[in-house]
Design a protein around this ligand. Structure first.
Ligand code: FES
Length: 173
């Protein structure tokens, strides 16, 4: 059994007795691997006595689940009402244009996966983004550009530090 199969089996073993076990199992797999590999579907289906179609249906229904590995960084941009009112759509257009990719895709250099979200609970400080699980509020076009540059340039000297600085900007301001 390879490493990822072991992780999948472990996620199943830890969560299979929970009520509504499918979601906790899938979340545990994604938390550990960053995505739900295709070979997880038959394993999960078998363990929970579900059809593969049912498992696949849940993975595709909930946008939080990924079926392919994310980039080195995941940037979520809020497109819900409060953030929209504060300019998030312009940020969204800037982001997709700059990277030349669509939502839920990864930049060709593998640096950044971009995902839309619909409220990060940071509405008072909108527009908001989340970089690798860390919130940033009152994001301007310049801040967004800085985040993208830091993620893409991290292999250059100082780049890792720049990404960390952006994560540390979590003070939500
Ligand atoms: S609407 Fe964007 S954080 Fe709530």
């Amino acid at each position: 059994m390879d490493g990822s199969a072991r992780i999948i089996e472990d996620a199943i073993a830890r969560n299979r007795t929970l009520p509504g076990a499918l979601l906790p199992v899938l979340h545990a797999i994604q938390d550990a691997l960053g995505f739900i590999p295709p070979d997880a579907v038959p394993r999960v289906a078998h363990a929970l006595n579900l059809s593969q179609a049912e498992v696949h249906g849940v993975i595709t229904f909930y946008h939080d689940f990924r079926s392919s590995p994310p980039g080195r960084h995941v940037l979520k941009l809020c497109r819900a009402e409060a953030c929209q009112a504060m300019g998030s759509e312009a940020l969204a257009a800037r982001l997709t244009q700059r990277l030349g990719i669509d939502w839920r895709q990864t930049s060709p250099d593998g640096a950044l996966t971009i995902e839309p979200v619909y409220c990060l609970g940071n509405c008072a400080l909108s527009p908001a983004v989340m970089l690798d699980g860390k919130l940033r509020g009152r994001v301007t076009a310049d801040v967004l550009d800085g985040i993208v540059d830091a993620c893409r340039g991290e292999r250059n000297a100082g780049g890792q530090r720049a990404v960390q600085d952006h994560r540390d900007g979590e003070d939500r301001s």
